[in-house]
Design a protein around this ligand. Sequence first.
Ligand code: TXA
Ligand code: MG
Length: 323
Amino acid sequence: MALISSCTASTLKDAATSLRSGNLVAFPTETVYGLGVDATNKDAVVHLFQVKGRPSDHPLIVHIASMANLGKWAREIPEYARKLARTFWPGPMTLILPRTNLAMDFITGNQDSVGIRVPSHPLATALLTEFEDQGGLGIAAPSANRFGKVSPTTADAVVEELSSYLSPADLILDGGPCEVGVESTIINCTQDFPEILRPGAITVTMISDLIGLRVNQITTGSNKSIIKAPGLLQSHYAPKAKVFLSTTPDLGDGFIALADIPTPPGAIRLASPKDTREYAHLLYQALRLADSKQLPNVIAIPPTGDDLAVAICDRLEKCAYKG
Ligand code: TXA
Ligand code: MG
């Protein structure tokens, strides 16, 4: 595995060629780092699942450079989904749509739907554009962590997660820390009304204001949706430290809270975000810091509100210690 710390047009071209030959390329997006493979190459996808340690029937998001290729992967796209795509792409949003034959079972986990996203990080855009120029149709990329673990938001975190599992020909592209810091909003667009399967930076309010339709939000542990989304498992995104929400830390416990909440005596401050945007940006780094300091416990005080706070609370609830 090679870590490319300053990407040029020529390294991106080589990375795209490497993807076309079936290798893995981890790359930055505005949400978290993704571990990319050619979405039409079954052997490469099998290798990806081995590296992630993820069950092979879990669906992957296909990343494309622009809306131009959407029709290759998805059919029967409702008008509200087109509107969402026109407004929020490129950006931190994934649409689940009825699939075409191009989206094979090894991508969709045998479902009739496919997840599609157009990311906005300049390196992701450049890599996808080069990949499509070389004849590629889409890059399947889950978050670049081992299954069930915290998503990486820096290239160093990808190295820490995956270096011992990647092959010599695989690459990690460094694009600095991810701006948003939590994974994309996933919206099920296979029904008359959109349904949020995973909250993210594109919020319920942003969606309902745009399309003027009711928006359902699937909550942790709810089984209202028949669609398979492993991010909906109760335990996910977990560091080694036990995470507790809104309790009082003991001596030597880690502590994550908004900056205006003082650090309780004896606790080790892991992040002091000034607002919810910064909270999301710093959350996964703070959880990784707890593990690098070998802290047994982390106490997090979740933010409140109906913006990115919803996504932060969702991730915190999923990584919280269940006893
Ligand atoms: O921000 C993100 O979405 C990042 C970056 C790299 O793009 N990717 C990401 O991928 O978070 P992953 O695989 O870690 O999480 C994708 C989630 C999974 O929970 C998966 O089950 C769900 O999307 N998903 C993908 N395709 C689906 C489908 N057809 N139906 C339902 N859920 C789907
Ligand atoms: Mg993930």
